[in-house]
Write a protein that binds this ligand. Structure first.
Ligand SMILES: NC(=O)c1ccc[n+]([C@@H]2O[C@H](COP(=O)([O-])OP(=O)(O)OC[C@H]3O[C@@H](n4cnc5c(N)ncnc54)[C@H](OP(=O)(O)O)[C@@H]3O)[C@@H](O)[C@H]2O)c1
Length: 278
């Protein structure tokens, strides 16, 4: 059962969501190899009850959002599409921090997704430093009704506090998985305040998780390593949501099925509890 987390009355997200970055071409740049399969992946995610779809207009750019629109518009009432701004792509596919022209970035998302209001927008920051100016701009667009909810991504605890002093933050989206656990303290602090923590790269992203211990634990549970890694995240804290990405319907089904996997205490201990596996 893919449980949901209510982060606001109109923001109820399945804890296993879907991250759409893999629907663009390699390195999230250009068109996908198989657009029809990309459409099938999105429709299957919705059929399987996923209500949390993570995207950005800088995947492609615009490719992922346009495929989402083609596959799912008009959107089912329960679906929430979470996008992010703060970067742009160079002509060679480079990822360039771009905390400028945020209004244009928001409008590009509105246009490509085919909506009047964005369900939620993450400000994706490039590193430490003040986010007050760009986050303040997004807060103003929230007040105008262009955006319903705000989040921050790739941030420190200090940056989260800075954002929360400007406008409500419903979730933080950071890199966190079995092998990368720098955010343990932040996760617990956010849980105490009722704020979601969205793990991006839950399967390791461009560096797939590889661990003999993970393989052994997964085999002992009759699950795949990917399912075990997702189940570990869901058990790590009740405020964690995951957005595994895949370009394949078969992998999507496996990932969502991880909601039914419970890791016994000895499996969690073998995976290292709060510390990385050796
Ligand atoms: N906020 C940020 O800065 C940020 C940064 C990066 C990503 N994100 C978000 O996070 C989401 C997840 O990132 P991601 O997709 O790059 O990384 P990921 O979910 O950690 O891993 C995706 C990779 O794992 C493979 N995979 C997925 N399910 C699998 C399965 N069941 N068995 C075997 N392999 C499997 C995929 O290949 P196949 O296609 O072959 O399945 C793909 O190569 C993105 O879609 C994006 O929305 C956010």
């Amino acid at each position: 059962m893919n449980d949901s987390l209510e982060l606001a009355k109109d923001l109820v997200l399945t804890r296993i969501g879907y991250g759409a970055m893999q629907l663009a071409g390699p390195n999230a740049f250009g068109p996908p190899r198989d657009r029809a399969e990309a459409v099938r992946v999105l429709r299957t995610a919705v059929e399987l009850g996923v209500t949390h779809l993570d995207t950005s207009d800088f995947y492609g750019p615009a490719v992922t959002n346009e495929i989402i629109r083609e596959a799912l518009h008009p959107y089912p009432g329960s679906l929430r599409i979470v996008t992010k701004v703060g970067f742009r792509r160079g002509p060679d596919g480079s990822w360039d921090p771009w905390p400028h022209d945020l209004r244009a970035q928001v409008h590009a998302n509105l246009e490509h997704l085919g909506v009047d209001t964005l369900d939620a927008v993450n400000l994706r920051v490039a590193g430490p430093g003040s986010l007050a100016e760009p986050f303040g701009e997004l807060a103003a667009m929230r007040d105008e009704g262009l955006i319903r909810h705000l989040g921050v991504s790739n941030v420190t605890a200090g940056q989260v506090a800075e954002a929360r002093a400007i406008a409500p933050v419903v979730f933080v989206q950071n890199l966190y998985n079995l092998a990368v656990r720098h955010d343990d303290a932040l996760i617990d602090a956010l849980a105490a305040d009722g704020i979601g923590f969205v793990s991006f790269f839950p399967l390791g992203g461009f560096s797939p998780l590889q661990s003999a211990v993970l393989d052994e634990v997964a085999a002992s549970l009759g699950a795949t390593p990917q399912q075990t890694a997702l189940a570990w995240l869901l058990q790590r804290s009740p405020n964690i949501l995951v957005i595994p990405g895949t370009s394949s319907v078969a992998h999507l089904r496996e990932n969502i099925a991880a909601a039914g996997l419970t890791l016994p205490a000895d499996a969690v201990a073998r995976l290292g509890g709060q510390t990385p596996p050796q």
